[in-house]
Design a protein around this ligand. Structure first.
Ligand code: SAM
Length: 387
């Protein structure tokens, strides 16, 4: 038997395609229905994402609403007891086999923890401006600091000291504090990238793939709105969004310029720091965005790895002596992480690998932020200093 929720979710799912991803269709559906309250919005989002999370378990011959109900049932069983779904089934069905084969886990236990994490609904993280961290926690209530299960990190998490998990019922975009720019919705792993850059107030930084400015705004806050950040992206429309967000956050120490990622750099300025938050497959976001598991191809990974390497090649020339280059991607495939770093390092003896965050010595090929260790997106970071 179907339900109104399953039917509405099926209506959304029927509009999803590789070019119109599930999160886009959901935003459109939710944004055009003023009658949906926040509980209904969350239920609809949960049902659509459960469908894509459990997609490979579902009977293809069943009607969509019936498959939605089956997915919700699997989600409920799994949430009550993760062991209810056998590890072998998770490895075979939670993501395409070629994708699992492109991930290098430190231990078999880490592999199982990762697979289980993929099947959980994701956490919601916010980044208050530093000055307002305590007052935002009080005002929003239902917040808590990160609890991290990772040998790489000490607690409290000095790598993201102001990050807060939000577990309350409100639509945060409608809160006064959000409208005033006092906090941003930003995943914990992305916040850790800003802290890994550790920019100083008087420095000059380049956020080379700034997109809509999530990390530019963080760098600006860490720099106390001083110094300068060049924020570039190939998509001019994203820079327009960055300007809007910066206006809300009262961030002024940035310059937004279109740059296509090619060898002609946007400025002759030399930088204390360059962040290359490169375009990537987004495999690290597959818990939050399960539809993408079924649209990405192995070929995409190889093409993206070539772009990532090219971006590092083009940007590092703008470093001052002693300047730092930080590479970040929200993916954890070997091809886009350690292989890019090895290929780049091999041609650049003038760049020395740097330790990241709480590491005391540089990890040979960078640092993985695993979803199961942080309850956040998976990311990868590497850094170098120009000798
Ligand atoms: C991972 S996203 C950046 C996210 C952003 N830094 C943030 O924190 O919100 C990567 C960005 O790289 C941009 N991009 C893609 N290919 C590029 C290229 N070849 N050169 C420069 N930017 C590129 C995309 O437009 C996208 O906005």
């Amino acid at each position: 038997m179907s339900t109104p929720l399953a039917q509405r979710a099926a209506h959304v799912i029927a509009q999803v395609s590789p070019d119109t991803p599930a999160d886009f269709v959901l935003r459109r559906e939710i944004g055009t229905d003023p009658d949906l309250d926040s509980v209904e919005k969350r239920a609809l989002t949960g049902a659509v994402f459960a469908f894509f999370r459990w997609f490979a378990w579902l009977e293809t011959t069943d009607a969509l609403p019936r498959r939605v109900l089956a997915a919700l049932d699997l989600q409920k069983r799994f949430d009550a007891d993760p062991a209810a779904i056998k590890p072998e089934a998770l490895a075979a069905l939670a993501l395409p086999p070629w994708a699992l084969a492109s991930l290098d886990f430190p231990t078999p236990e880490a592999r199982l923890s990762y697979l289980r994490q993929l099947q959980r609904p994701p956490a919601l993280w916010i980044r208050p401006q530093r000055e307002f961290a305590a007052s935002i926690a009080r005002a929003l209530r239902h917040t808590s600091p990160p609890e991290v299960r990772a040998a790489n990190f000490k607690l409290p998490l000095t790598s993201a000291p102001t990050a807060l998990r939000y577990t309350g019922p409100s639509d945060l975009f409608k809160s006064e504090e959000f409208k005033k720019g006092l906090f941003e919705i930003q995943d914990l792993a992305s916040q850790i990238v800003g802290h890994a850059c550790a920019p100083l107030p008087a420095e000059t930084w380049w956020d080379a793939c700034c997109g809509e400015g999530g990390k530019t705004l963080h760098l600006s806050d860490l720099m106390g709105n001083k110094g300068v950040i060049w924020a570039t992206d190939r998509h001019t429309g994203r820079l327009a969004t960055l300007r809007k967000r910066a206006g809300r956050a009262q961030a002024f120490n940035y310059r937004a310029v279109t740059w296509n990622g090619g060898p002609f750099l946007p400025t002759k300025t030399k930088f204390d720091g360059i962040l290359v938050d490169a375009p990537c497959s987004g495999v690290g976001t597959w818990q939050r965005n399960p539809h993408a598991r079924w649209t990405l191809t192995e070929n995409d990974i190889h093409e993206l790895a070539a772009i990532q390497l090219q971006l590092l090649e083009n940007t590092h020339k703008a470093l001052k002596p002693g300047g730092r280059l930080v590479y970040a991607v929200c993916t954890i495939t070997r091809q886009e992480t350690t292989e890019v770093v090895r290929a780049f390092s091999a041609h650049h003896p003038e760049l020395e690998p740097l330790p990241l965050l709480e590491q005391t010595t540089p990890a040979a090929d960078g640092l993985f932020l695993w979803p199961h260790e942080l309850d956040a997106n998976g990311m990868f970071l590497a850094a170098w200093r120009k000798k």
